[in-house]
Design a protein around this ligand. Structure first.
Ligand SMILES: [Fe+2]
Length: 98
């Protein structure tokens, strides 16, 4: 999201929403790290790196497109749905683990 945000010039409302979501995401990361630390567990650095790399490459690849904002929106939609699926699976695991 950060590489996208740096390039948005013509869509201030999208930029505002991306900034808001970056802050929300950073809060989610802090909460998850706190929970994992309480369980004496660590997050997957490989998964974090892979997702960050993939997102960065997608954003960079879209810079050459005339419809960059649309392509980034589609990629963001896909990533958010991945995120929702990850959180739902965490909730299920947490329920099962008590
Ligand atoms: Fe998100």
């Amino acid at each position: 999201m950060k590489p996208q945000l740096e390039r948005i010039e013509s869509y201030p409302e999208v930029a505002q929403k991306l900034e808001q979501h970056i802050r929300e995401t950073e809060g989610q990361i802090r909460r998850i790290e706190g929970i994992l630390e309480g369980l004496d567990e660590e997050h997957s650095a490989l998964t974090d790196w892979a997702l960050s790399f993939t997102g960065g490459m997608a954003a960079m690849g879209h810079t050459m497109a005339g419809d960059e904002i649309i392509k980034n929106s589609l990629a963001n939609f896909a990533f958010e749905n991945f995120e929702i699926a990850a959180y739902k699976s965490l909730l299920t695991i947490a329920d099962i683990g008590g």
